[in-house]
Design a binder for this molecule. Structure first.
Ligand code: CA
Length: 241
């Protein structure tokens, strides 16, 4: 049986850009739903249950940032790729903090957008398969200083208090613990956590997510005790603990 095409929700108020994206995605065999309005995007996401959302930040009335926050609040877990204007650094950071997974700066290449959509969908499929498969590698409970992680249950405690980590934050932590004492490069993290295979992509996404993770688990983010930065090469959890 042929599996159904992934469904992509595209939200963009500029008709020309919207048509360009929709046409290109349909040509790739995706099922596409689209809107030019932020408020409509919320309703569509809840009714249509898309596999991924492409979301422009600069929308009239309800902005892409508001839409993103509302989608996450409503329990929509589909990856969200932001479209941002050139120089909108603060928008990008805000977007990632509100639960977006990725961003593209306008003007962007449609090929690159499609590559990233495929990377996110692939990553999502792997996660779904892993969630269904019986746990064969039981890493069990790990204690790293004042942090306790249950990798099988994807749960985490800080000083014995339950701590919520996003999917990406948890995956980063897992990879660093699996490589205890070894430096893990930003490229490896981009590949393993985000599913990117194009190594020319920006690695700032990794740094932003590590920054968020540190805010949750480190006492002093300027002097981290758990996740350390190896300048120019990547991140490390030194261990053993
Ligand atoms: Ca716009």
């Amino acid at each position: 049986m042929k599996s159904p095409s992934p469904k992509i929700l595209v939200v963009e108020d500029e008709p020309k850009i919207l048509t360009g994206i929709v046409d290109a995605l349909e040509l790739q065999g995706f099922e596409v739903v689209s809107t030019t309005r932020g408020d409509e995007a919320l309703t569509l996401a809840l009714i249509q249950n898309p596999d991924l959302v492409v979301l422009d930040i600069m929308l009239p009335k309800l902005s892409g940032l508001d839409v993103c926050q509302n989608l996450r609040k409503s329990g929509v877990k589909a990856p969200i790729i932001f479209l941002t204007a050139k120089g909108g650094e603060s928008d990008r950071v805000a977007g990632l903090e509100l639960g977006a997974d990725d961003y593209m700066t306008k003007p962007f290449s449609i090929k690159e957008l499609i590559a990233r959509i495929n990377a996110h969908l692939r990553r999502r499929n792997i996660d779904a398969l892993e969630a269904m498969a019986p746990a064969t590698t039981n890493t069990g409970l790990q204690k790293i200083k004042f942090l306790t992680v249950d990798f099988d249950a994807r749960a985490c405690w800080l000083h014995d208090e339950p701590l919520h980590l996003s999917e990406k934050e948890f995956s980063i932590l897992k990879i660093l613990v699996e490589n205890l004492g070894k430096v893990v490069s930003r490229y490896t993290l981009l590949k393993e956590v985000w599913g990117y295979t194009n190594l020319d992509l920006e690695t700032r996404t990794v740094d932003v997510t590590i920054g968020k993770l540190r805010q949750k688990i480190e006492k002093d983010v300027t002097n981290p005790e758990i996740i350390k930065t190896k300048r120019g090469s990547g991140y490390i959890i030194e261990g053993p603990y």
